[in-house]
Ligand binder design. Structure first.
Ligand code: GRF
Length: 210
């Protein structure tokens, strides 16, 4: 049975592109990117999905009375499409428990810093890299983690480290982190598809290849 993946996006979708490229070049064992969903009609990410004939769905938040109702509809789409794994890739809304509880340890997110530092509410986009620079940290990076009911608090799957340079700006740092994101996310998805991720409390153990 193939692992059916849905990717959720709100913006440019360079991480989605990295996942699509990895899938198309055969890096995911027995998996398929089956659906891309956005809360933004004009998200470039939707075009990236359509370009490779992956169903691209825009769900308009304005048509639902609250976030729970929106997520009920999302859940319905995931269930109808028999989705096994949800990848958040620049999706700019916090998922409610409606989805998080149904897809426990089957939702991943990528965050542009080394969690558990520089995460949580308000920590998105350039805000993250500004906070890193202001802190004086010598290293930043990116984290792929499972999504739990908190914000950026779920078990960490993989991380990559990026040095903060003396004359960095948040933009330059973001650019170098993004390059690592594009390597890291496909690796995490591959491990999931190979059944090699095992969650033990807060820790994610990576099993040897069978
Ligand atoms: C990335 O930096 C990711 O870490 C964060 O949102 C950004 C999405 O960028 N969650 P893109 O849309 O994949 O280019």
């Amino acid at each position: 049975m193939k692992t059916r993946i849905a990717v959720m996006v709100s913006g440019g979708g360079t991480n989605l592109q990295a996942l699509l490229d990895a899938w198309k070049s055969g890096q995911f064992n027995q998996a398929e990117i089956s659906l891309v969903v956005s809360n933004q009609e004009k998200a470039k990410a939707l075009d990236r999905a359509r370009a490779v004939h992956v169903p691209a769905l825009f769900l308009n938040p304005a048509q639902y009375k609250d976030r729970q109702a929106y997520d009920q509809q999302l859940l319905k789409s995931f269930q109808e499409n028999k989705i096994d794994l949800i990848c958040l890739a620049g999706y700019m809304r916090i998922l409610t428990t409606v989805i998080v509880r149904q897809y426990e340890q089957r939702i991943m997110n990528i965050h542009p810093a080394l969690l558990p530092a520089f995460g949580g509410e308000g920590m998105y986009g350039l805000h993250v890299h500004e906070a890193v620079m202001q802190s004086g940290a010598k290293y930043s990076g990116c984290t792929v983690h499972f999504v739990d009911e908190g914000t950026d608090t779920g078990p960490i799957i993989l991380q990559a480290v990026v040095p903060v340079l003396d004359h960095d700006t948040p933009d330059k740092l973001a650019e170098r982190v993004l390059i690592e994101e594009h390597r890291l996310y496909p690796r995490a998805v591959s491990l999931f598809c190979e059944g090699r991720l095992q969650v033990a409390g807060k820790r994610v153990l990576i099993k040897e290849k069978a």
